[in-house]
Design a protein around this ligand. Structure first.
Ligand SMILES: [Zn+2]
Length: 122
């Protein structure tokens, strides 16, 4: 259990959709491409490719998502100052979106703990 990695894909995707202001599709693959991630456009469709050989944690996934979403928002493939500023801002936004969820989870676990400890058998 200690090595279990939980990645909240639905929550990340919901936050990414808010950043992109449109639906975003994810393409997860371990197929070697030499890229951690990529932003693909098929007409109006936005697809973010994530290389699972590199994205081993939720923080890795957020980093890739922020990188690619910044390209979308800034509208360039360059890694210039404008892109970097946008990427930092998006990364913070995604982290905050997930922080809210983990706080809710902690409250639920605390409630469960109280219920368990009130059992006279334990
Ligand atoms: Zn890039």
């Amino acid at each position: 259990m200690a090595n279990t990695v939980i990645i909240r894909w639905q929550r990340i995707l919901a936050a990414a959709t808010q950043v992109a202001e449109r639906h975003v599709d994810l393409c997860l693959s371990s197929m070697p491409t030499g890229h951690r991630g990529a932003l693909l456009r098929q007409g109006q469709r936005i697809i973010i490719y994530i290389d699972l050989d590199h994205a081993k944690s939720e923080a890795d996934v957020i980093a890739v998502m922020a990188h690619e979403l910044a390209h979308l928002v800034v509208g360039t493939a360059e890694h210039d100052d404008r892109w970097r500023q946008q990427m930092d801002s998006i990364q913070e936004y995604l982290r905050k979106a997930l922080r809210g969820v983990s706080d809710e989870k902690k409250e639920t676990q605390a409630e469960n703990g109280c219920t368990g400890s009130s059992d006279p058998a334990h």
